[in-house]
Design a protein around this ligand. Structure first.
Ligand code: FES
Length: 131
């Protein structure tokens, strides 16, 4: 079931209910079993995600260097909170424990791009690059 769910999510960007119903029917499984797998694994999403995933580090090294303020600034500028997606499906915002770049604290990643040694003033310019 997992490869089928992964393939469906690659196509739709998330897993709509109708798609899960179709998968359950084709695999001859109860829909509850499909939902059980989807909700168990963090890789699966039941709601649409943005084209750009912003991961804001809230690990210790980043937090003591202002990671909390960076996170709040991004939330304020986008009008969304942790785990939410902007209405235009441009950004999804997620807090994470460590991005493995502690020397660059505070750090965010936007898809595969790393932005380090951030200040609040730099946020608007960075977000503007991702249209
Ligand atoms: S604590 Fe932020 S990158 Fe490690």
């Amino acid at each position: 079931m997992i490869p089928v769910l992964q393939a469906a999510q690659d196509i739709y960007g998330y897993l709509p209910r109708e798609v899960l119903e179709k998968i359950a029917a084709e695999l001859k499984l109860p829909i509850s079993q499909v939902y059980g797998v989807v909700t168990f694994y963090a890789q699966f999403n039941l709601t649409p995600r943005g084209r750009y995933i912003i991961r804001v580090c809230q690990g210790t090294a980043c937090y003591v260097r202002g990671g909390g303020e960076i996170f709040q600034e991004i939330q304020d500028q986008l009008g969304i909170e942790d785990g939410e997606t902007t209405e235009d499906l441009r950004f999804t915002l997620e807090s994470v424990a460590c991005l493995g770049a502690c020397g660059l604290a505070p750090v965010i990643m936007i898809n595969d791009d790393t932005h380090g040694r951030l200040t609040k003033d730099a946020i608007a310019g960075i977000l503007a690059k991702y249209e």
